[in-house]
Ligand binder design. Structure first.
Ligand SMILES: Nc1ncnc2c1ncn2[C@@H]1O[C@H](COP(=O)(O)OP(=O)(O)OP(=O)(O)O)[C@@H](O)[C@H]1O
Ligand SMILES: [Mg+2]
Length: 222
């Protein structure tokens, strides 16, 4: 039975997911809360191999193959990492989850999201995040940040798709967030520092889970 709390971070490439996931994890750990941080696609040896296949494929992937590979990686990740973490009672923080597939391979790629939704349910055994942070930024700003970051890291297949695609992904996320306003916390990340965003995320987390035993507000952990 699920006992922990499952938090996901979503957003287009370069929107600050890794930054904020790490800041939240650090804060929770500083508060003494058992916390697990992981990412999709990946999080297990097999899933990391699938991630490599997806990000650096040497041929055009059929849309269906792409969706199925993401689902396979997710199933393994849920089974080996996320559910065991939740069963131990941890706060499990995951960068990207089912909403990413719906936004990218569904809405942005112009495919019917319904079969993808069903496949997600199958792959995850019906696991839905308790809270999802969507970091909303215009693609141009994310792109500038990604370019800056990639000076040393190289680019990947998804980032190579450009502004128009990223804007479609963004619109897809906005639709998902509007449809499930209770689960989503949408944050405009454009004119805020990393620390300002982190504070908003922390306040949202505290409001959503007031029973979690954390210390006094303002106690730093990040
Ligand atoms: N609030 C912010 N203000 C300015 N720069 C930021 C902010 N948040 C993150 N960045 C910077 O933007 C870049 C992208 O951030 P990050 O890697 O966290 O995004 P991401 O969503 O995880 O990207 P990806 O989708 O590629 O994994 C990094 O260089 C990061 O330091
Ligand atoms: Mg990241």
């Amino acid at each position: 039975m699920k006992q922990g709390i499952f938090i996901t971070f979503e957003g287009i490439d370069g929107s600050g997911k890794s930054t904020q996931a790490q800041l939240l994890a650090a804060r929770l750990r500083a508060e003494g809360i058992p916390t697990l941080i992981t990412r999709e696609p990946g999080g297990t040896v097999l899933a990391e191999k699938i991630r490599e296949l997806l990000l650096f494929a040497e041929e055009d992937l059929a849309a269906e193959a792409e969706v199925l590979l993401y689902a396979a990686a997710r199933a393994q990740h849920v089974c080996q990492v996320i559910r065991p973490g939740l069963t131990r009672g941890a706060v499990v923080i995951c960068e990207r989850f089912t909403d990413s597939t719906l936004a990218y391979q569904g809405f942005a790629a112009g495919h019917d999201p319904e079969p993808i939704r069903k496949l997600n349910l199958f792959a995850t055994g019906g696991l839905v995040p308790d809270l999802t942070f969507f970091l909303d930024l215009k693609p141009e700003l994310c792109w500038a940040r990604v370019q800056e970051r990639n000076k040393t890291k190289g680019t990947d297949r998804i980032e190579a798709k450009g502004f128009a695609f990223q804007e479609k992904v963004r619109q897809g996320y906005l639709r998902l967030a509007a449809a499930e306003a209770e689960r989503f916390c949408v944050l405009d990340g454009s004119a805020r520092t990393k620390e300002e965003l982190h504070q908003l995320i922390w306040v949202c987390f505290r409001e959503k889970f007031p029973w979690i035993p954390v210390g006094k507000e303002g106690k730093g952990g990040s």
